[in-house]
Design a protein around this ligand. Sequence first.
Ligand code: ATP
Ligand code: MG
Length: 371
Amino acid sequence: MAFSFSTLFSKESKSVLGVDIGTSSIKIVQLRKDHGRVVLETYGAIALGPYANTDIGRSTSLPADKISEALKDVMREANVTTTDAGISIPYASSLISIFSLPASAEKQLASIVPIEARKYIPVPINEVMLDWFVIGDNAETKSDKIEVMLVAIHNDTIAKFRSIASDAALTVSFFEIEVFSAVRAAIDRGIAPIAVIDIGAASTKFYVVERGIIHESHIISHGSQDLTLAASRALGVTVAQAEERKRKYGLTGQPSISAGGESANVTQGIAELHKSLELSISPLVSELSRTVTAYQTRTNQLLTALVFTGGGATLKGFKEFVESKIQSEIRLADPFNKTQAPAFLEAILKEAGPEFCVAVGLALRRLQEIE
Ligand SMILES: Nc1ncnc2c1ncn2[C@@H]1O[C@H](COP(=O)(O)OP(=O)(O)OP(=O)(O)O)[C@@H](O)[C@H]1O
Ligand SMILES: [Mg+2]
């Protein structure tokens, strides 16, 4: 899928590209600043399955050269016109921990954090790239401690992504762990805690954001490909057919009641598909529900909303289904609402939004940098 309308806009300022390399697909978004407004120039996605001899929608584990081949293909299809990019690093390839230090340590963090990090990082410190932020304001909480968020990425991971980028002739200004990109694009800065939940192909990532800071993050090992695999078994169709039906009908799709002998079969097929999708999505929704309850009990704070991102959240009828199971406010991320695009694309962009959250977040950060 790709769409380009950069020719509709005059070229004035620099264009930037957000590149989200997921396990099942690559998503890209090109943005530009124009008179203070963020303009969407082009976007696109490409499934990695075919590059790994497997089906569309399935998670893959590809070497750098195959990934850069796919990246070049989607950049060409989407008519990308810039090489100035930000790339996300998978959450699973990173390590994030939060620990507290005496407030007096704040001035010597550069020497203290790498030592402290040894307690939290299971590999030698010289094998990782370390980054850290002080979160929470101890002046505000009148505490004599500061909270530090530590982020570590293995050097091999960075090397792999660097080689993908250089193969695709991109100049990368930063690598960012996808959680930060997703959160930037999914929510507006607010005070109350919100959960951002990214449903990918093989796994689901759960983040809690409070005062713009990520307070919790973890992975649940259920993803949208589980639905496809279960539907393929239940309906006795190929994985590719199951994926197509999942996307076409989801949990709501009604066949157009046309004349012809097949419509009863089609209706029955869709009822079976719904049953299978509901059955296979239920463990994920239950686990999310437990995670939400556990967070609220432990912190004695209510999550004001659950904001869903990732391709898995674009399943038709998903929002209504989750609403019927979890009491919190449920929203689908709409990252393109932070951008200007032709009106005729509004509905398409709203629907595709959750899938492009990370890519939009990356491009937004790059725009902020060059401002
Ligand atoms: N319209 C749709 N309806 C239902 N499911 C969809 C739809 N579009 C994509 N998906 C599912 O979304 C999943 C991919 O989502 P996404 O692109 O966010 O994953 P990813 O970024 O590759 O994975 P990860 O973040 O876990 O590495 C696939 O399993 C696919 O089947
Ligand atoms: Mg992803």
